[in-house]
Design a protein around this ligand. Sequence first.
Ligand SMILES: CC(C)(COP(=O)(O)OP(=O)(O)OC[C@H]1O[C@@H](n2cnc3c(N)ncnc32)[C@H](O)[C@@H]1OP(=O)(O)O)[C@@H](O)C(=O)NCCC(=O)NCCS
Length: 177
Amino acid sequence: MSETNRLIIRQLRPSDRHQAEALHEQLLADEFEFLVGRGERESFADYVARQLANEEGRDIPEGWVRAGFYVAERDGELLGRLGVRYELNAFLASVAGHLGYGVGPAYRRQGVAEALARFGLRRLHVSGVDQALITCDEANTGSRATIEKVGGRLDRQQPTVRRHDGGTTLRFWAPTG
Ligand SMILES: CC(C)(COP(=O)(O)OP(=O)(O)OC[C@H]1O[C@@H](n2cnc3c(N)ncnc32)[C@H](O)[C@@H]1OP(=O)(O)O)[C@@H](O)C(=O)NCCC(=O)NCCS
């Protein structure tokens, strides 16, 4: 792979605004929020600043956990994003897990989600988390394949959870080391 088509995973920047907003719109079709938790009137710069603060454990709202926001970029193009939750609250421990990722429709089936998931596992590892909970909807073949590729195995005690919306979530654990 040459220097020009290298995949880079980095934190969100204010200059990502237009591409990130476009990916947000595109991924709504998959019920995935690229700019998750962005306030209706929140400027993009404020949103970015909030993500960086959350990664550092600052200004975390009551009931939320420390989390990082990373994006995958290649040749200046934003391809997808990763959320890393460094701790689990009740909702994360049941349904959402430690990692969340979404890839723009134009960039799928190129290993981007796998690269993001592997990066997230490394971030968790250096933060002292040995086993990562990663979940997906039972019908999400691509996400399930990604989780299994990075070593995820179904939770023995509670492999599935029924959500409030009637859907079923699969719960996997993957080693971070
Ligand atoms: C699920 C999603 C993240 C996969 O992203 P991606 O970058 O295309 O995935 P990758 O290319 O890294 O694929 C990883 C593995 O999954 C397989 N895979 C990916 N999409 C697949 C699909 N739709 N059907 C079957 N297998 C699929 C790949 O083949 C690959 O395995 P392989 O290399 O052994 O063949 C992407 O489709 C997406 O963003 N969907 C909408 C948001 C979403 O569902 N996020 C996950 C929430 S849990």
